[in-house]
Ligand binder design. Structure first.
Ligand SMILES: NC(=O)c1ccc[n+]([C@@H]2O[C@H](COP(=O)([O-])OP(=O)(O)OC[C@H]3O[C@@H](n4cnc5c(N)ncnc54)[C@H](O)[C@@H]3O)[C@@H](O)[C@H]2O)c1
Length: 379
């Protein structure tokens, strides 16, 4: 890791000596006081340390970076986000904040030992939010983890309180950042983040159904033997039990599945494609049941969104955003819809041509989330 240690400026020795002599044309005798020792060392270039002997400073190294990302929460998901960002070199400056200093120190040391392999990123960590200052993207993963049998929505009150405490100082230190919410229930917490931050809603993004869409693409690719990247499929609505697959648009190379099988994804679909959605809904819980937590895929999901923001790339992703006015929703709330991203967060919402059945499912998803959201106390 790069370290920022202040050190005294030394001119290149020959240049310093000759110019000094040219100007003064005198020979000095030095008494060995501390001050004269320092001047003598500067003129004769006697280094105080190996560092000074090796490095001739031209300008103080800058520690400001154009791609700083802060990750709040150094748990399984936070570390997976940091890994995905650092391993793919999406950012060269990552700050990590958590409530537990020992955990932070351990993670910090681990990254330090990895610096040779990661092109020396600058990794900072602290329990104090000041470490997050001037971030371009702030990723929120702090929160209570979903426990067995608990739905995402049951987690809500615990995590609302955490968001209420952490967002105001984060905004204060990085007033121009885009906030990416990962903590569950991600749709409600994105809305809470927007409310308590005072920022325009485009600057708040929930990771939402970008992960669910990726999972569905991989399940379809397994059935077809086609690379998952080549399967185009979007899930919209709630990240969770009430996610809405847009079967009407699923395609490979522009060939719509619905043109081949008009009933795909519906109850009367004889090939059981709708079972993929049952598996998709259970995917997170299944991973948690098997390994105790789910982190790799969500880490890569958050890194993918972060890349688009930092590079100002208008890629289209199904992320949680303000959906008021879309597909018959009148409430102020966040759910996933395909959006273009960029340095300002969400730039545009795609006007999806969805079927009446898909619209009904989306509205049902919104109703379930809103019924929980409206009972929350966030002030
Ligand atoms: N959106 C998704 O697709 C998705 C996927 C997986 C997990 N998650 C969610 O991510 C969250 C984190 O999961 P995890 O497995 O990393 O949990 P974890 O328990 O391993 O880590 C949570 C971390 O948050 C920290 N934390 C809690 N309160 C804090 C505060 N006020 N300030 C700073 N740090 C604080 C804890 O110290 C802990 O290190 C959960 O809400 C989980 O449901 C979301």
């Amino acid at each position: 890791m790069r370290m920022v240690v202040p050190y005294f400026q030394k001119f290149p020795p020959r240049m310093f000596k000759s110019s000094y002599n040219l100007v003064t044309n005198k020979v000095f005798r030095f008494r060995k006081t501390n001050l004269t020792k320092t001047i003598y060392r500067a003129i004769c270039f006697e280094p105080n340390s190996l560092r000074e002997g090796l490095l001739c400073r031209v300008k103080t190294p800058s520690i400001d970076s154009f791609d700083k990302v802060t990750i709040v929460g150094a748990g399984m998901v936070g570390v997976a986000c940091a890994n995905a960002i650092l391993f793919q070199k999406i950012s060269s400056h990552v700050a990590i904040v958590d409530a537990f200093p020992k955990k932070l120190e351990g993670e910090g040391m681990d990254y330090c030992h990895s610096s040779v392999f990661l092109d020396d990123p600058y990794v900072e960590y602290d329990t104090d939010f000041c470490v997050s200052s001037n971030s371009k993207v702030v990723i929120i993963t702090a929160g209570a983890r979903q426990i067995k049998g608990e739905t995402r929505l049951e987690l809500v009150q615990k995590n609302v309180n955490i968001i209420k405490n952490i967002v105001p100082p984060l905004v204060q230190y990085s007033p121009n950042a885009v906030f990416l919410v990962v903590t569950n229930p991600v749709d409600i917490l994105s809305w809470v983040t927007w409310k308590v931050s005072g920022l325009p809603y485009n600057r708040i993004i929930g990771s939402g159904c970008h992960l669910d869409s990726a999972r569905l693409r991989s399940l379809i690719s397994e059935r077809l033997g086609v690379a998952s990247k080549c399967v185009n499929a979007f899930i919209i609505g709630e990240h969770g039990d009430n996610q809405v697959p847009l079967w009407s648009g699923v395609n490979v190379a522009g060939v719509l599945f619905r043109d081949i099988m008009p009933t795909i994804g519906l109850e009367m679909d004889q090939e059981g494609w709708s079972e993929l959605i049952t598996d998709n809904v259970k995917a997170g819980a299944t991973v948690r049941c098997l390994k105790g937590y789910s982190n790799t895929a969500i880490g890569l999901t958050a890194a993918d969104i972060t890349r688009d923001i930092l590079r100002n790339c208008p890629a289209v992703k199904s992320v949680s955003t303000m959906i008021q006015g879309h597909h018959g929703i009148h409430h102020e709330m966040f759910l996933s819809l395909p959006c273009t991203l960029g340095e300002n967060g969400v730039s545009q919402v795609i006007r999806m041509r969805i079927t009446e059945h898909e619209k009904n499912l989306f509205q049902k998803s919104a109703e379930i989330v809103y019924n929980i959201q409206k009972g929350l106390k966030i002030s």
